[in-house]
Design a protein around this ligand. Structure first.
Ligand code: 3HC
Length: 293
């Protein structure tokens, strides 16, 4: 019989983690969200209240439903509070050491039958699985930004993932109104492996001053029907995250397509991380704002 997931744990309340929490809470699940300290918990909470208030403002959610949604979310700074979760997804920054540490701890805290998932964009899910005593119950569950909006989730099956685990996670994703696709454990999975060569190429064109940022973005929006241009999308994803994804893919394949454009590193060093820091290729009204000034 398929597993039921009523209480889910989310580790990390950054852009992706907070979005994933919202996806679960919207579907009536109880969510236990873990961050490192009170300040990070507060940032995550504010992300959630902003997003739900916007939905209320647009008439997509009643105030009562928004309050009920937020009431289903418990926040904590202790991984030990995930002992009762039926499934846990990790969405901490893209560092193998950091994620491996989280998985080892989750393995100690969670019941042995509980599935542990990672929202990693490009790191090896197999490497995370083998840090636990339950490698067959570890999968990738990769959401797209903004998680409450994008329909796709990639389910990453390693060579040791148990068939029923992959099946149950796929069925679960469908109950969240997501479109699940299943892929083996290779850097970038499907979407990022295809997308990031294009984004990197755009950053290189910008760096070589082929065209202005506005014209580069306009070409892809109005010529190809993309919802946003590549430089605006890099700002949305975050230049630091984008760099990590490209670097991981490049190191795995040595394919020049994924050799990160030098301008990315320079911008990161200068603190221009995209929307999250208020400035990337564009300047925004404030950190996390989508309004270009
Ligand atoms: N959180 C929650 N909801 C959001 C949101 C957010 N951050 N941003 C936008 N939305 C919602 C809005 O509330 C609105 O909802 P409604 O239709 O129910 O009222 C809807 O999305 C449309 O928003 P807007 O009207 O404000 O703006 P747009 O129509 O311009 O859409 C966009 C904004 C959804 C970001 C759209 O431009 C888009 O889809 N862009 C492409 C994003 C993309 O490619 N994402 C994938 C990146 S790769 C990735 O994530 C992989 C990872 O590993 C890095």
């Amino acid at each position: 019989m398929a597993r039921e997931f009523r209480t889910v744990g989310v580790v990390g309340l950054g852009t992706m983690g907070a979005g994933i929490v919202e996806v679960f809470a919207r579907k009536g699940l109880q969510v236990i969200a873990v961050e490192t300290d009170a300040e990070a918990v507060e940032r995550g909470r504010s992300h959630l209240t902003t997003s739900t208030s916007r939905a209320v403002g647009r008439g997509k959610l009643s105030q009562e439903d928004a309050d009920a949604l937020l009431a289903r979310i418990t926040t904590t700074t202790s991984l030990a509070d995930l002992a009762d979760a039926d499934l846990v997804i990790e969405a901490v920054p893209e560092s193998l050491d950091l994620k491996a540490e989280v998985f080892a701890e989750l393995d100690r805290v969670c019941r042995p039958e509980v599935i542990l998932a990672s929202n990693t964009s490009s790191l090896s899910v197999t490497e995370l699985a083998v840090r636990t005593g339950r490698p067959g119950k570890v999968v990738g569950l990769h959401f797209f930004n903004p998680a409450p909006v994008q329909k796709l989730v990639e389910i990453v099956r390693t060579v040791v993932t148990e068939q029923d685990v992959a099946d149950d996670v796929k069925a679960f994703a469908a109950t969240l109104d997501k479109v699940p696709v299943v892929i083996g454990d290779r850097a970038g999975f499907i979407a990022n492996a295809l997308l990031f060569g294009y984004l990197n190429h755009a950053a290189k064109m910008y760096e070589q001053r082929y065209a202005s940022r506005e014209d580069l973005d306009a070409a892809m929006r109005y010529g190809c029907g993309y919802p946003m241009g590549p430089l605006a999308l890099l700002d949305l994803i975050g230049l630091d995250t984008s760099y990590e994804i490209l670097d991981t893919m490049y190191k795995q394949s040595r394919n020049q397509t994924h050799a990160p454009a030098p301008v990315l590193k320079q911008m990161i060093t200068a603190g221009l991380l995209g929307r999250k820091s208020g400035r990337g290729f564009y300047t925004y009204a404030g950190p996390h704002s989508s309004e270009v000034v």
